[in-house]
Ligand binder design. Structure first.
Ligand code: ADP
Length: 467
């Protein structure tokens, strides 16, 4: 068997900032963080490489991306190892191997989605075609929760459409960002994909660089607003996938035991550190206790611990900052008199950023744990008696990434879904995504679509050829 730590060793620097495993505190490697001046060098290289890359046929670029997907598959275990050690997620379950497999699937999808020239008018006196041309250099800025797959979501469509890319991983998951780029680059010509490391100042410099025609950004609402402001002088095109505070609404006819597992993973996937995880759950009074009990029974069965341990399905939070957010929101809920069904009692003397799986019942809708994005393993369950009230609560936040409706009656659920202000509404599930299906947010969750043919169009300039 290959040495699964080889890729981590390859992307780790000899000197620089020591990076620690969030589960154990062990040093796993070093990163030499870049500065805004490195951005100019990277963008220069990308701008130089772009005409040659765009001059290749679509078929050749698709073939290169297919080889990149093969490379991901060849290195899948090593990639999973890097993200597990740096991000904390478990190797097993909906964790590191799952993320690595998703990378290959999304890169393949970006390579294989057809985008033919559209003939808009074809008459004796007029022939009009719509083409999709490269933008030039795309800046790609990623967060720390799903650091490999989000990089692939941004990079692969951009490359397919003839752009070159400068990628800036989150400063919390730099080694993972370097690792996925190193693997993709095994199949790509030099300069086509470059990584700049660093924090927000480096991201800001990338957004402000005049040669960057499009920014793909996934991160917080607050930073997304900064990206909009910083890009204004360039009129850069933007795709913004920002935070969410997704509501799940259970309807009175739902079977609590049948939906419990789906509810659990909808909320707790990646420990809740997922943009479109279910972050508040509305349950009717008539089945409230049954849903809470069924959810508690599933929660009790899910093992949490060090990600490398094959028995675990949930790991630690990625960083202290996020641990503090979750802890503050749960402590506040407790102080308000909400009921702790399970969890809510972190062992502060333990190593690692572990926060227990937490269910909070009988919590008021106005509590910060409901109104703010916890991005962690603590789910508030709000009781409702009037469905109209639940819909109103679900919509009464600034963000609108995903939502879900749980019911035995699909048509009834679809009618409620249509009234929810979110980019995606799932029925009897929360969170499944598909590379063929566009994904994006409503309201402050951002704009622009990723995946599918819409995702390809988003990283290109439409050009009409008339005549
Ligand atoms: P998160 O809390 O998920 O890390 P952020 O929005 O802070 O969310 O970070 C997402 C990405 O945006 C990271 O790569 C981060 O370094 C980058 N970033 C932070 N500040 C800025 C900024 N002002 N301009 C561009 N990118 C930024």
């Amino acid at each position: 068997m290959e040495d699964r730590a080889a890729l981590l060793a390859r992307v780790s620097a000899d000197s620089g900032t020591e990076i620690k495993d969030p589960a154990t505190g062990e040093a796993i490697g070093r990163v030499a963080f870049g500065t805004p001046t490195d951005v100019a060098v990277a963008v220069e290289a990308a701008a130089k490489a772009q005409p040659g890359w765009a001059a290749l046929s679509d078929e050749d670029r698709r073939a290169a991306l297919m080889r990149a997907a093969d490379a991901i598959e060849e290195h899948a275990e090593e990639l999973a190892y890097v993200v597990s050690r740096e991000q904390g997620k478990t190797m097993n379950g909906l964790g590191a191997r799952y993320e690595a497999a998703g990378c290959a699937a999304w890169v393949r999808a970006a390579a294989s989605t057809p985008l033919p020239v559209e003939v808009l008018v074809d008459e004796p006196a007029s022939h009009v075609e719509l083409h999709y041309r490269p933008i030039g250099v795309v800046g790609a800025i990623t967060p720390w929760n799903w650091p490999m797959i989000i990089a692939c979501w941004q990079v692969a469509p951009a490359l397919r459409m003839g752009n070159t890319v400068v990628q800036k991983p989150s400063e919390y998951t730099t080694l993972t960002g370097l690792a996925i780029a190193a693997v993709l680059n095994e199949a790509l010509p030099p300069g086509v994909l470059t990584v700049v490391t660093g924090a927000g100042d480096v991201g800001d410099a990338l957004v402000r660089d005049r040669r960057v025609g499009k920014v793909m950004f996934t991160g917080s609402v607050k930073t997304g607003m900064k990206v909009v402001a910083a890009s204004a002088g360039n009129l850069s095109r933007l795709t913004l996938e920002l935070g969410g505070n997704d509501a799940g609404i259970v309807l009175p006819d739902a079977d609590p035991r049948a939906i419990a597992e789906g509810l659990f993973w909808g909320a707790f996937i990646n420990n809740g550190q997922t943009c479109a995880a279910m972050k508040r759950l509305y349950v009717p009074d008539t089945i409230y206790d049954d849903v809470v009990d069924a959810l508690a029974a599933v929660t009790a069965k899910i093992p949490m611990g060090v990600g490398l341990d094959e028995d675990n399905a949930l790991g630690p939070l990625q960083n202290q900052m996020q641990w503090n957010v979750v802890n503050r929101l749960v402590e506040d809920a407790k102080a308000r008199g909400a009921r702790v069904v399970t969890g809510g009692d972190p062992d502060t003397s333990a190593t690692g950023y572990f926060y227990p799986k937490t269910l909070i019942a009988d919590i008021d809708n106005s509590a910060p744990l409901v109104q703010e994005e916890q991005f962690g393993p603590a789910l508030p369950i709000i009781r409702y008696t009037d469905l109209e009230q639940a819909i109103e609560w679900a919509n009464a936040v600034d963000v609108g990434l995903g939502a879900s409706v749980w019911s035995a009656d699909r048509d009834e659920a679809a009618a409620i879904a249509a009234r929810l202000q979110a980019g995606t509404v799932w029925i009897n599930a929360h969170g499944p995504i598909d590379p063929r299906v566009p994904f994006g947010g409503a309201k402050h969750s951002g704009y622009g679509l990723e995946f599918g043919v819409e995702g390809l169009k988003a990283v290109s300039v439409p050009q009409v050829i008339n005549g």
